[in-house]
Design a protein around this ligand. Structure first.
Ligand SMILES: [Zn+2]
Length: 470
């Protein structure tokens, strides 16, 4: 995920369904039974974990435009074909950014022992403009906010490396507002370089947007500029801030990434055709690309794997959705969103027939339920879903006003009911976009809960008598 700010929380009060006709009642209890069967099967199934394991351990990091990303496309397409789905690859031209050498040292600072330097742990941000192979050397100016940068003005910024030392609010994350904490800090990763460049800086660094303190840098997208852009670890940002409060600090910075020509890649789309309304579509999805430092397990092999599991369970249990369930493994969520742009362009005319879109892109931890951008009058219709998911505490539906997933944002904007799995985010940003986003961070039992939640919601949306009101 890129930006997430939590909106208001809506606590649901139980709503009684008024079913006057016995036939409607029978149909509704039939659906409820199917949903419970689906839940129980998901909670006992290992398919999603096996898929996440293959994507991460065997295929590896899946940066947009990389051979691994394309291998993942072919792999997921093959697996979904094997389940009997109608698979299409939607062409997406993606950027191809390739990491080079990422190093930094402080070469001058107060109290320096002669002939020594201090190592700084740094990573280039996606879309970085490289330094030369020899790197660049400049004084570092540390700021705590955009306002502080502007207050310094051009004379004090020109020719320098700007460091935005804005910490990720760990307390907020621990209190269940990880998305909000991320949203606050990530603004500097997204726009810091742009702001620094505007005042004549020669490079821009941000304090890593992440919650853990193991001196790990966290990469991510940065709005392209003509100056190099990187992220230093929290520890190193704090070190530089302390030293620069004592006197002049100069850094040697080398970030030698390259950007190749755009590459042909794909969104994977796989349909399990609806038996009554094949033209009506319920999307289940996650994004297939990842950052390059880790293997993209919680961001977002997990999301793709649980979306695949929805299809696997429906086929295994011979459950027939009345509307089409479309599994999508999105490409390039991380480095510009070309996959979502392509889908919005290619399928805009069919959005009226998109009944709902679900994405999972907040990790793989225990799900509390969903964030939803839906018409509040649709809530009572989701009560069967909540009843079935209550057994493992995944029955919350939190109404929000923005899209609950970046890939489904164009659909949400067009009024398609949009849902995002709401995982426990307390540890997510410790690993997010770092070298530590690896398979071991996925707890198999929790991944099964996510698979159950997505499958139950998707099947209900595919089989409710009427689509949700918009
Ligand atoms: Zn993501």
């Amino acid at each position: 995920m890129r930006i997430q700010t939590l909106a208001f929380l809506l606590i649901l009060t139980p709503v009684l369904l008024s079913q006057d006709q016995p036939a409607a009642q029978a149909a509704s209890s039939h659906l409820q039974n199917e949903l419970a069967t689906l839940r129980d099967a998901a909670l006992a199934d290992d398919y999603a974990y096996q898929q996440a394991a293959h994507l991460t351990d065997n295929i590896g990091p899946r940066a947009t435009g990389s051979p691994q990303a394309e291998a993942a496309v072919q792999y997921v397409a093959g697996e979904l074909r094997q389940l009997g789905l109608q698979v299409q690859l939607e062409a997406v031209q993606v950027p191809h950014w390739i990491r080079g050498t990422d190093t930094a040292e402080l070469i001058e600072y107060p109290g320096q022992v002669p002939a020594t330097t201090q190592k700084i742990v740094v990573t280039a941000l996606g879309g970085n403009t490289p330094t030369t192979a020899d790197g660049l050397t400049a004084e570092v100016v540390v700021v705590k906010s955009f306002d502080a940068l502007r207050a310094l003005g051009r004379p004090q910024v020109k020719g320098k490396i700007v460091l935005f030392d804005v910490p990720f609010d760990k307390q907020k994350a621990a209190n269940g507002m990880a998305g909000e904490a991320y949203g606050e800090a990530v603004a500097y990763r997204l726009s810091g370089a742009k702001e620094a460049e505007a005042l004549g800086a020669v490079a821009s660094l941000v304090r890593s947007v992440g919650g853990a303190d193991y001196r790990l840098p966290h990469t991510g997208f940065s709005t392209p500029t003509a100056i190099p852009a990187g992220a230093v670890t929290s520890e190193d940002a704090a070190l530089i801030a302390r030293l620069s409060s004592q006197g002049k600090v100069r850094m040697h910075l080398t970030l030698t990434s390259q950007t190749g020509p755009d590459v042909l890649s794909h969104n994977v789309m796989a349909d399990l055709k609806g038996s009554e309304h094949p033209e009506q579509i319920v999307i289940v999805s996650g994004h297939l690309d990842s950052w390059d430092l880790g293997t993209g397990a919680i961001d977002d092999a997990a999301g793709v794997a649980i979306a695949m599991e929805t299809a696997q369970l429906l086929q295994q249990l011979h459950l027939h959705p009345k509307r089409t369930v479309r599994v999508i493994a999105w490409m390039d969520e991380e480095n510009g969103g070309r996959g979502l742009d392509a889908y919005a362009k290619d399928y805009a005319a069919e959005f009226a027939n998109h009944v709902a879109a679900i994405e999972s892109d907040l990790g793989a931890a225990h799900p509390f339920g969903f964030q939803a951008k839906i018409n509040p009058s649709a809530l009572p219709l989701l009560k069967p879903v909540q009843d079935v998911l209550q057994s493992f505490g995944a029955n919350l539906i939190e109404l929000i006003s923005r899209s609950p997933g970046s890939d489904i944002a164009p659909l949400a904007k067009a009024g398609v009911p949009a849902f995002g799995l709401l995982q426990d985010g307390r540890t997510y940003f410790n690993y997010h976009h770092s070298a530590a986003d690896t398979l071991d961070k996925i707890v198999p039992e929790e991944l099964r809960e996510n698979a159950a939640a997505m499958a139950v919601l998707a099947y209900a949306l595919a089989n409710l008598p009427e689509p949700l009101p918009r």
